[in-house]
Design a protein around this ligand. Structure first.
Ligand code: MLT
Length: 312
């Protein structure tokens, strides 16, 4: 992060640009959600928000950098469900989610889609499951690195289908989707905030959405439950963080600005177009975010260990 500590004290915060760190590649879903809220948040705060992509290791490199940034409110992390799965997947994680960050608030919870390259043989989700069982050694499954939401969804898919596929890691699902459209990789589990455009344009095949109900903006895509795999249900919640020790006055100013952004009609409309929606204002608070993260850490530790996956 770019926090220089020269941000002065909390009372005149902000008096310089604020860096929002996205721990995945530009052009991916995390980046997309961040840029959506950065503009209205910056307006409310009276500061320029600069988005910085710090890639690597399924989002853990960027998260670690922000954990060690100056706690002055000038380095903010946008992260998602990966904050709650990393401790169960990385043996030597260099940050502790609940101890090394102040939470600002939840942002949005995004459905996932199971998508494939246009000419991948399976026609339906059921065909996909049969196909991967018969061709496990040949099928390639893209993700954004261990701990990414795409990796987690891929894990759940393989566990439910009883297969182990060849995973192809990218620095984000932005570049992964480019390769999928180009036919370089077979299929992927990725967020509607990234795949909606390519699905609607018919550039990729959409087999299912991983939510209990169909996604309004993708009405023709069946749910995994309708498709015979009810266990594959995962939505990607996102939240904002600053380093532990950031003054409460700064945390509150950021949380207030987040609430304003989530009530911004342009943000609401853009999220709806991409299959998602802002969280209610009561969830865009430090308390709600911390409680959610605490519960998610426990939930995913159990699911990951039940799937027989060890931290590495
Ligand atoms: C993920 O798979 O965690 C995200 O989709 C990665 C990204 O935002 O590129």
């Amino acid at each position: 992060g770019a926090g220089t500590g020269s941000g002065g004290n909390a009372s005149n915060y902000p008096n310089q640009n604020i860096t929002f760190v996205v721990p995945f590649s530009a052009g991916g879903p995390t980046d997309t959600v961040t840029r959506m809220i950065a503009e209205p948040m910056g307006k409310k705060l009276g500061a320029q928000i600069v988005v910085q992509n710090v890639e690597g290791a399924g989002g853990t490199v960027g998260a670690g950098e922000v954990a060690r940034a100056d706690p002055d409110g000038y380095t903010v992390l946008m992260h998602h469900i990966g904050m709650s799965t990393a401790p169960a997947l990385y043996a030597n994680l260099d940050y502790k989610p609940l101890e090394d960050f102040e939470m600002i608030g939840l942002v949005t919870e995004v459905p996932m889609t199971v998508v494939a390259r246009k000419d991948f043989p399976p026609a339906t989700f059921q065909d996909l499951v049969a196909y991967v069982k018969a061709n496990a050694d040949k099928v390639t499954l893209a993700n954004a690195g261990i701990g990414a939401a795409s990796h987690l969804c891929g894990l759940l898919f393989q566990s439910a289908a009883g297969v182990k596929l060849q995973e192809v890691p990218y620095q984000g699902t932005g570049p992964a989707l480019t390769d999928l459209v180009g036919g370089q990789v077979d299929f992927m589990c990725d967020q509607t905030t990234n795949t909606s455009g390519q699905i609607t344009a018919g550039k990729v095949k959409a087999y299912a959405v991983t939510t209990p109900e169909r996604v309004k903006s993708l009405p023709d895509v069946p749910t995994t439950t309708e498709s015979g795999m009810p266990n594959l249900q995962v939505s990607v919640w996102h939240g904002l963080y600053v380093p532990k020790g950031t003054p409460q006055e700064v945390v509150q100013k950021l949380s207030e600005a987040l609430k304003v952004a989530l009530a911004d009609q342009a943000v609401i409309d853009q999220m709806a177009k991409l299959g998602t929606a802002p969280v209610p204002a009561t969830d865009a608070t430090p308390e709600a975010h911390r409680a959610h993260l605490d519960e998610q850490l426990k939930t995913w530790a159990k699911i990951i260990s039940d799937a027989g996956v060890k931290a590495s």
